[in-house]
Design a protein around this ligand. Structure first.
Ligand code: AHG
Ligand code: MN
Ligand code: MN
Length: 342
């Protein structure tokens, strides 16, 4: 049974707590840990730092713009999408602990090391439409164990519900590069010191406020929403001091940016189904599930509007889902509208 690791505090010392120290503390707190998990998390840290360096100079390194290809999602692939995907695939393949790789930019799941005990699923570059306009973009990942006795080549080993996630996180390449991680023992945020290439613990034990004052949704889709979503949208914009309404509206169009703000300040992010995306736009395995796991670890909530995201049984690597995440009370209110209770 995992005891709760005793993570080093972010106490003000001359030298802060590094991401590696935090990961190692987690290993020490997990009886029977073999170090495989620790090694995989270190691989993610390396990949994020490499992507960070390329993003920072993308405009100078000819890394802006499109490759001319479209991915399995039917979306135009940007040069940074492919670069980030190649970096993540390389570090995971070299780790020898990864049995299966799933990526937004890979048509199919990719078998890696037959002795590996983990499945890694990732969105290598989230917010691609914002690359050329210098708005925050990111990387999102989830790690799951290959179920005991199952064959990694069996797709079922990768199509596990999100509640079985072992680790999840995201990087935001914004005004600073931050790395938000959970291994099931709370959510901790690290900030990159670009001068030394090291992540330092900056926000230990992140907690999403129970209620917020910001809502985040693409209002441009409002004509395509179902009536309950339209009613919720009108409700949240109606003046009512007792319930802190109207909420402020913020939407940057990168899930990592909108989710990170919601994690820090509270409120609600919603990408509901609409007539253009009847199953929702966001992908379950490498966008919704990791974010849902993180928000629940931070006392927040994540649903498809009604049901818990982490209980959804996946049927396809790239399946889409509606996603509503954020402060538990705001997500619950949205659910009441969807159920016709408001
Ligand atoms: P990606 O760049 O990985 O395809 O993800 C884009 C997603 C997500 O980041 C964001 O929340 C959403 O697309 C924005 O969609 P709209 O532009 O339709 O609002
Ligand atoms: Mn994405
Ligand atoms: Mn992407």
């Amino acid at each position: 049974m995992n005891t709760s690791p005793q993570f080093p505090s972010a106490a003000s010392t001359t030298v802060g707590t590094t991401l590696e120290e935090h990961i190692m503390a987690g290993q020490r707190g997990s009886p029977g840990a073999t170090g495989d998990f620790t090694s995989l998390l270190s691989s993610v840290s390396l990949a994020v730092r490499i992507i960070h360096s390329r993003v920072r100079a993308a405009g100078l390194a000819g890394m802006l713009g499109y490759t001319g290809h479209t991915n399995v999602q039917g979306e135009a692939v940007q040069k940074l999408d492919m670069f980030a995907n190649e970096v993540l695939c390389t570090v995971f393949e070299r780790s020898s602990h990864c049995a299966v790789i799933g990526s937004e930019e890979l048509d199919e799941l990719k078998l890696s090391d037959p002795m590996g005990r983990y499945v890694v699923l990732f969105d290598p570059l989230d917010g691609s439409s914002n690359i050329d306009v210098n708005i925050s973009i990111g990387t999102i990942f989830a790690m799951l164990r290959v179920p005991q006795g199952s064959d990694p080549a069996d797709i079922a080993a990768s199509l596990q519900p999100g509640r079985l996630i072992a680790a999840a996180g995201y990087a935001v390449y914004g005004s600073a590069t931050t790395f938000v991680l959970t291994t099931g023992h709370g959510v901790h945020c690290f900030t990159l010191d670009p001068n030394i290439g090291e992540f330092f613990l900056s926000h230990p034990n992140m907690r999403c406020p129970d209620t917020g004052s910001i809502y985040s949704i693409n209002e441009g889709n409002s004509c395509r929403w179902a009536p309950p979503v339209k009613r919720w949208n009108e409700w949240i914009k109606t003046e009512d001091k007792a319930t802190g309404r109207p909420y402020d509206h913020r939407y940057v169009g990168s899930l990592v940016g909108d989710a990170h703000r919601t994690m820090m300040k509270g409120g609600i992010f919603a990408y509901p189904p609409d007539s253009k995306n009847p199953k929702g736009k966001l992908r379950l395995l490498y966008e919704a599930n990791p974010m849902a796991f993180l928000f629940e670890q931070a006392s927040g909530a994540a649903t498809n509007g009604i049901d818990r995201i982490l209980d959804i049984q996946p049927t396809d690597v790239h399946q889409r889902t509606p996603l509503v995440l954020g402060s538990r009370n705001d997500v619950a209110t949205f659910r009441q509208f969807m159920l016709g209770e408001r």
